[in-house]
Design a protein around this ligand. Structure first.
Ligand code: ADP
Length: 193
């Protein structure tokens, strides 16, 4: 595979759409010589979102584990918000909030192609938790949320966008979200020629 042709998947989340950041987010990828090869705004069904996020215990326990770390760091009590300290129980609850959040407004899905597209897009987006994201990243420049606040309000952390973490996850997500649509192929000035 030509390294310039690596593809990744991005989903602008409800807060990204509602804050009017669709253009800004796309601009940040395009200005870094990455190429948009598929793009669509749509209202997802609960089932589509449920199938987007992994359902295995390992993934949910990881999500719950990260939540526990935040609770520990800020001296908060997981028993108060979750009634449990078990990572899997917490992860399952966070996953439910995540599904509710993701269907609360239209999303924008896209496929992005370019050199190290998976890592580059994650770098441009910034880390998962907005309060930890550096200025200059999309999350660092346009959001400020934390599990400490979100979990107390029984909702998912709002962080503007989703981006695939590995090339394998990207392949899986592109297949899930662009089943029948075609991915475009074109040459970008200064990048492909
Ligand atoms: P990423 O989206 O960066 O790949 P994860 O896969 O770890 O991050 O988490 C999926 C999504 O779940 C995050 O983007 C965020 O919206 C939400 N989330 C992650 N951790 C928490 C948490 N502790 N509490 C609430 N929501 C969370």
């Amino acid at each position: 595979m030509n390294p310039k042709k690596e593809k990744t998947f991005v989903l602008i989340k409800p807060d990204g759409t509602r804050k009017g950041l669709i253009g800004e987010i796309i601009k940040r990828f395009e200005q870094r010589d990455l190429k948009i090869v598929a793009l669509e705004m749509f209202q997802p069904t609960k089932e589509e979102i449920d199938n987007h996020y992994p359902k295995d215990g390992k993934w949910m326990a990881r999500l719950g584990g990260k939540t526990l770390e935040t609770y520990k760091k800020y001296n908060l009590d997981p028993m108060k918000d979750f009634g449990s300290e078990d990572p899997l129980t917490l992860g399952k609850e966070v996953r439910k909030w995540l599904v509710d959040y993701m269907i609360s407004a239209p999303l924008v899905k896209m496929v992005i192609e370019g050199v190290h597209a998976v890592d580059m897009v994650r770098k441009i987006a910034g880390p998962t938790l907005p309060y930890q994201a550096d200025m200059g990243t999309i999350r660092g420049d346009f959001s400020n949320d934390s599990p400490a606040v979100a979990n107390a309000e029984k909702r998912a952390v709002a962080n503007l966008l989703h981006a695939s973490e590995t090339p394998e996850e990207a392949r899986h997500e592109i297949e899930h979200w662009f089943k029948n649509e075609s991915i475009q192929s074109y040459k970008r000035f200064g990048v492909d020629e």
